[in-house]
Design a binder for this molecule. Structure first.
Ligand code: F0G
Length: 456
């Protein structure tokens, strides 16, 4: 079967082009692996007439606000509402949407006190339709997959991408193929892909092995690849930053902190900040910082040991399985946005992640382990003086707490670090633990439990 082109009729007319992030080569079409035909590096989407075509910052803001009142599907999407900064569609009905985006911005007063900053917010992307930030990118990329005439879409995943892709494929009448590392993703994510009808392959390798295979597959079969190498994904994920700034009345926070895995999301948020700045939507750039798990710290090492010039891959290992990635595809894009915004890159331990996750949970919000690296990282950045005591900070919480209930149960039961080198650190977390209490079904027993809790 010959591969299809990713720019079939309907896509080409849109006012965007592909640009190679290394050699700058511009093209109207992209190969199925979304790599530059000249040098093999990643592509990004660029809008040659973005500034000239813009009606001005005030009009854009008013337009986005007005769309909130509309009953049309495309306007109700918190992604497509910002379509002036997305690849253009010919008709609104072409969008495959689950009304993604529109996620809340919460304040985190207790976590702010713990971290030592006056104002701390969480942009909760876990409240998207499939429970993670992936939906914001998937609505755009799945739409363009269908426009390009593909019947099959595919991804390698640590779980959330596959859940999201399977849902959008199903909504759009597409078939989906999922490649996940066997035994290394949470059951809730896996079960979503099954429920949404994906062909789900559990491969005996890690995420990086799955992605390598997928990149070969898309060059051999007419399958559209929906990993964040696909630049349409990142365009959709940009809207997280647009919506965040709108929620802050276009007053930029001092810092935005995001977890780093394959590094697509940090790249997307950074691209959005730079475009917003360019268009006069914001007057200054927030610093964008990326936090990784110590056991999956490829970007941290790349910056520290190779000054961001070449990727240092690692053999990834962390209980925050969403970011268990050792060979991040978008590392160059992430290095660029860190440099452009002046942000930092830090790593946090497994114990720090577990503690931060419980602290976010205790605010009544919760998130999945990978998202909690943001709070753990913030504490470090404050100690290092990289976040000043008076500065405002937004944490990007990428996934719902329901995504990994095994982690949460193990934490509260005290089993999370059993048999690991971190077992000794366990005691430090006792205060945050709320294990379930098994009692006889009597009033006395329950009253006793209440009294006990009151004392603690
Ligand atoms: N947080 C969560 C909950 C994730 O699922 C991921 C990535 C990240 C953070 C990291 O984002 O890769 O853009 O740097 N999950 C991917 C997946 C890789 O397959 O679901 P990133």
């Amino acid at each position: 079967m010959p591969p299809l082109s990713t720019s079939a009729p309907g896509v080409r007319q849109a006012a965007f082009r592909f640009r190679c992030i290394s050699c700058g080569d511009l093209s109207d079409t992209a190969r199925q692996d979304f790599r530059c035909a000249q040098c093999g590096d990643l592509l990004e989407i660029t809008y040659p007439r973005l500034k000239e075509a813009s009606p001005g910052a005030a009009k854009l803001k008013a337009n986005w606000c007005q769309r909130r009142l509309s009953q049309s599907a495309i306007d109700q999407s918190g992604v497509w509402r910002f379509r002036n900064l997305l690849p253009a569609l010919e008709r609104d009905e072409q969008a495959i949407t689950l009304r993604e985006g529109n996620t809340p911005l919460y304040d985190l007063p207790q976590c702010a006190r713990i971290a030592g900053v006056p104002r701390l917010f969480a942009k909760h992307q876990g409240l998207n339709p499939t429970g993670s930030f992936k939906d914001a990118g998937m609505t755009v990329a799945a739409t363009f997959a269908r426009l390009a005439g593909f019947r099959w879409v595919a991804c390698a995943s640590t779980g959330n991408t596959s859940a999201s892709m399977a849902a959008y494929a199903a909504r759009g009448g597409l078939r989906s193929l999922v490649l996940v590392p066997e035994g290394k993703i949470s059951w809730s994510k896996l079960s979503q892909a099954l429920d949404y009808g994906a062909v789900t392959c559990q491969l005996r390798t890690d995420f990086d092995g799955c992605l390598r295979l997928l990149q070969q597959l898309v060059l051999r079969a007419p399958v559209y690849q929906l990993n964040s190498i696909n630049p349409f994904r990142l365009e959709g994920q940009k809207t997280l930053a647009l919506e965040l700034l709108e929620q802050l009345d276009w007053q930029p926070p001092d810092h935005i902190i995001v977890p780093g895995g394959n590094l697509g999301n940090s790249s997307a948020i950074g691209k959005a900040l730079l475009e917003m700045h360019d268009l006069g939507l914001i007057s200054r750039l927030p610093k964008l910082s990326v936090i990784q798990a110590e056991g999956a710290n490829a970007l941290v090492r790349t910056l520290r040991e190779a000054a961001g010039k070449r990727l240092i891959s690692v053999q990834a290992e962390t209980r925050a399985t969403a970011i268990r990635i050792g060979n991040p595809a978008s590392w160059k894009k992430a290095v660029h946005v860190l440099e452009a915004t002046g942000g930092a890159c830090e790593q946090v331990t497994e114990v720090e992640i577990a503690q931060a996750k419980a602290e976010i949970g205790a605010e009544g919000i919760g998130c999945e382990p990978a998202s909690a690296v943001t709070l753990a990282g913030l504490k470090k950045l404050v100690k290092q003086g990289l976040v000043k005591q008076e500065e405002s900070v937004v944490l990007v919480l990428t996934g719902s707490p329901l995504k990994d209930p095994d982690f949460t149960m193990d934490f509260h039961r005290g089993d999370l670090f059993k048999g690991t080198a971190d077992e000794a650190a366990n005691a430090k977390l006792n205060e945050l633990r709320r294990p379930p209490i098994v009692l006889d079904a009597t009033l006395d027993a329950v009253i006793q439990a209440l009294k006990q809790a009151e004392k603690a």
